[in-house]
Design a protein around this ligand. Structure first.
Ligand code: FES
Length: 571
């Protein structure tokens, strides 16, 4: 292949005062002159932070990426970007996904980089980094941090999905505070992100199925030596990608997105996948619609037996052969010719994967559940759509009519849910408003709201719940999410009242408020606009520019690529 002039030469390849300045300050870090001889400069985009415990091992991981870059003749340069810790950030890490993506985009474009390695782990760190990198479109490879080892409590395997069970048991008086403290100590035993098929694992599988990580990246546990080797191999690969000018846009085609949607269905991935994939497609310029998730998922059954849809953990998936086995099983349905980061096609990468445990990964002929993926609902309660994950729902509630019990916002819910006088029974439909992108703002993971204490005490384990918010990827239940338009943006959800009948029919893809259209119109007319008093800063920008959940909740001004060119030069 003909040698091309590298982007970094616009900095380090210059003569005179400008080149002097660009190189001299790098040399203060002990960088020798030969690092500027025209070799590829590789940025390692690091989301290490002690406030993002899932990514706390990333400084070490970056060192292994560097080994690979050096080995292939490149010059690695590590840089930090905003890191989004799912468990600590208030009001919700999702509020900052778009901000972090802007940090990533501008940090890449502004600097002398030829290729980028994205170190991603905790939920939002993957989509924010991929979104930002797509806006620039340099050769890019993702290295995931890997899941934690499976948690242990009283001899049982536990992980993040158990938090919801423990919490309900604690509220129902079946698990005391002392046992909660013991469980808390056994949950997170090692480096890595949540150990079930929650959003972080879903995102790691997403990048592997899109073709923007090396095969096998998703499931290797964080403390496993193979994770370090994956990092080193990725460092080696990115140098080759730069030399061959293999950019994200060559990999992230419409067909690659279709592959990712089918793989996500087979693994029982998080509903957050929908929002993030739509946003990534918007950045790279691929036309993807909410309905595609339903259409493409419909022919794919559940092949991975992983919590929260199944029984096992990410560590088990790795020992069973990892995501490559699932992808191999799906090959007849996938676009096999899609290009991936290593220059090979999906068909070439995954055709020889081997399954070591059919309790964890099964074949298309014997699926764990014929229901998989995400069903997209439509109806007068969600004109732009809503989603439900049927594999995590109760089969008996997939067709349901019930009386609405309405909470105007999350504070109203918290104040009323355990009130013994709350007029609710197990056939009711819990409706939570104003937790969408604009309404909260930031669209928190509160959609799988806990059940009323008095029903938990009766042994009720699931009810239909509807909101314009999201649900943790580790959550489960008959939970309708991402209702769009959201309540705070004129959606019908905003005018639902206590006692209204709601019809959920997952088989017919229907979510309907059984109130005459004229009455709905009258209520909408009378509805007052809620204000939350934010008049400055990032939150104001967010509320003014965030798009609906059905479009990925990205900013309207960030659609499409800006590219890597820097048009002004102050030196
Ligand atoms: Fe970081 Fe679950 S909290 S992945």
């Amino acid at each position: 292949m003909e040698e091309q002039k590298l982007r970094s030469a616009g900095w380090f390849g210059r003569t005179g005062k400008d080149g002097f300045i660009y190189r001299a300050w790098m040399k203060k870090q002990g960088v020798p002159s030969h690092a500027f001889d025209g070799r590829p400069v590789i940025g390692i985009c690091n989301t290490w932070s002690e406030l993002t415990p899932c990514n706390s091992h990333f400084r070490d991981l970056a060192e292994h990426v560097k080994r690979g870059v050096y080995e292939a003749g490149g010059f690695p340069v590590e840089f930090p970007v905003m890191s989004l810790g799912e468990t600590l950030m208030k009001p919700t890490a999702m509020l900052y996904r778009n901000l972090a993506s802007m940090d990533v985009e501008e940090s890449i474009r502004a600097n002398p980089l030829d290729g980028v390695v994205l170190l991603c782990g905790c939920d939002k760190t993957t989509p924010s980094l991929v979104m930002g990198a797509c806006s620039v479109d340099l050769p890019t490879i993702v290295v995931s941090g890997g899941p934690m080892l499976t948690g242990k409590h009283k001899g049982k395997s536990i992980s993040t999905s158990d938090i919801w069970r423990f919490s309900e048991a604690n509220r129902a008086g079946q698990m005391d505070d002392m046992e909660m403290t013991l469980a808390e100590a056994g949950m997170c035993r090692s480096d890595g992100h949540c150990a079930v098929m929650g959003t972080a694992s879903t995102m790691a599988c997403m990048v592997e199925s899109l073709g923007i990580s090396l095969p096998g990246n998703a499931a290797i546990p964080a403390p496993d030596a193979a994770r370090k080797i994956m990092a080193q191999r990725s460092g080696f690969e990115i140098v080759r990608m730069v030399k061959e000018d293999r950019r994200l846009s060559a990999i992230l085609t419409r067909e690659a997105f279709e592959n990712a949607i089918m793989v996500n269905a087979a693994i029982g991935g998080s509903t957050n996948f929908v929002i993030h994939l739509l946003a990534i497609a918007g950045r790279i310029g691929v036309d993807l619609a909410l309905e595609d998730f339903d259409t493409l998922s419909a022919r794919i059954p559940l092949l991975a037996n992983l919590q929260p849809s199944g029984a096992y953990f990410m560590e088990d998936l790795y020992y069973a052969g990892g995501l490559p086995v699932v992808i191999k099983e799906l090959l007849p349905h996938l676009h096999r010719d899609c290009l991936t980061v290593n220059g090979k096609t999906v068909g070439e990468n995954f055709a020889t994967a081997e399954c070591y445990d059919t309790n964890i990964i099964t074949g298309m002929d014997k699926p764990f559940n014929v229901l998989s993926g995400v069903v997209v609902l439509k109806g007068n309660l969600c004109e732009n759509g809503a989603v439900i994950k049927p594999s995590a729902a109760s089969a008996s509630l997939l067709q349901h009519r019930g009386r609405a019990v309405v909470f105007e916002d999350i504070d109203d819910y918290k104040a009323c849910i355990d009130d013994p006088d709350l007029d609710v029974d197990e056939t009711s439909v819990l409706v939570l408003k104003n937790v969408g992108p604009k309404g909260y703002p930031g669209m928190p993971e509160v959609g799988n709201m806990g059940l009323p204490a008095k029903l938990l005490a009766k042994g009720v384990t699931d009810m239909v719940r509807i909101s314009d918010g999201r649900m943790s990827g580790t959550g489960f239940g008959t939970v309708v999410l991402h209702v769009s338009p959201e309540a705070a943006d004129g959606g019908t959800l905003g005018i639902v009242q206590d006692g209204d009948e709601i019809i959920l029919d997952v088989h017919r893809r229907l979510l309907q408020l059984n109130v005459p259209e004229e009455e709905i119109a009258v209520r909408k007319q009378a509805q007052k606009q809620r204000t939350n008093g934010v008049s400055r800063g990032y939150v104001q920008l967010y509320q003014q520019h965030v798009e609906g959940a059905h479009l990925g909740a990205d900013f309207d001004f960030l659609r499409g690529r800006s590219g890597s060119e820097v048009t002004k030069d102050s030196h």
